[in-house]
Design a protein around this ligand. Structure first.
Ligand SMILES: Cc1cc2nc3c(=O)[nH]c(=O)nc-3n(C[C@H](O)[C@H](O)[C@H](O)COP(=O)(O)O)c2cc1C
Length: 217
């Protein structure tokens, strides 16, 4: 396909979906945001690899700066792997993590820039900004991967799963256990499965109103 044909196809794809859908309906907004909760207990229902792939395939489409994709995920499913993770999880998060069908370690790779020619062939020279500046590579990759991690939580909801995100764990110990000898470092954990409402401990906590935190200038 020529460059012109590829561009025409990309534009047609945007026009096509816009004809099919203008915005999420009320049910979809509930599923993704309004009624979805962070979960702390899990039904005895399996999650398949195909479901995890389904969620990842949505999350990877979320935009990042320069199309960089520094997020890495280790899916912890086996009892053996859960037992390696458990000692490094804060006490209150341990039981729910062991009970969840899968726990994702959402992480980032600060050497992401070596792949620039593949994910941004239009401006591969952008890699030079990061290769000579470890501090910039570190903070940039962490921020972009956090964005991707947020997309991943919402993608899990979009495919009908529930998520239970957790920052309460020992990052350094988890990195040594699962990512030793690599440039990958953990950001947050995310239990994945079908939430049991018994784990909902109260009504939704307060969320700021638009006027409290937004300005229209
Ligand atoms: C990045 C992140 C880290 C979190 N860490 C923890 C945690 O360590 N333990 C915990 O019980 N909940 C944790 N939570 C859950 C939040 O407390 C929860 O999402 C928030 O209270 C909103 O809950 P709701 O979505 O059910 O309204 C975390 C959530 C996120 C997104």
């Amino acid at each position: 396909m020529s460059v012109e044909e590829a561009l025409a196809t990309a534009r047609a794809q945007v026009e096509d979906y816009r004809e099919r859908i203008a915005s999420l309906d009320d049910d979809s907004r509930d599923l993704m945001f309004r009624q979805a909760r962070n979960h702390n207990a899990w039904q005895d229902r399996d999650v398949t690899d195909a479901q995890l792939q389904d969620a990842f395939n949505l999350a990877r489409m979320g935009p990042t700066s320069a199309n960089t994709q520094p997020m890495r995920i280790a899916f912890i499913r086996s009892t053996e792997a859960k037992e390696r993770l458990n000692p490094h999880v804060n006490g209150p998060n341990q039981e729910k993590t062991m009970a969840a069908p899968v726990t994702a370690i959402v992480a980032y790779d600060n050497t992401f820039f070596t792949d620039f020619p593949r994910f941004n062939p239009i401006r591969p020279e952008m890699a030079d900004r990061f290769s000579g500046n470890a501090e910039m590579a570190e903070s940039f990759s962490r921020i972009q991967a956090i964005l991707q991690g947020g997309y991943f939580i919402l993608a899990l909801r979009a495919v009908g799963l529930d998520a239970g995100a957790m920052g309460g764990f020992n990052n350094k110990a988890v990195d040594e256990e699962f990512f030793a000898g690599t440039a990958v470092k953990s950001i947050f954990l995310c239990n994945i499965g079908y939430g049991d409402v018994a784990g909902i401990k109260g009504p939704r906590l307060y969320r700021y109103e638009f006027d409290e935190v937004c300005d229209v200038l």
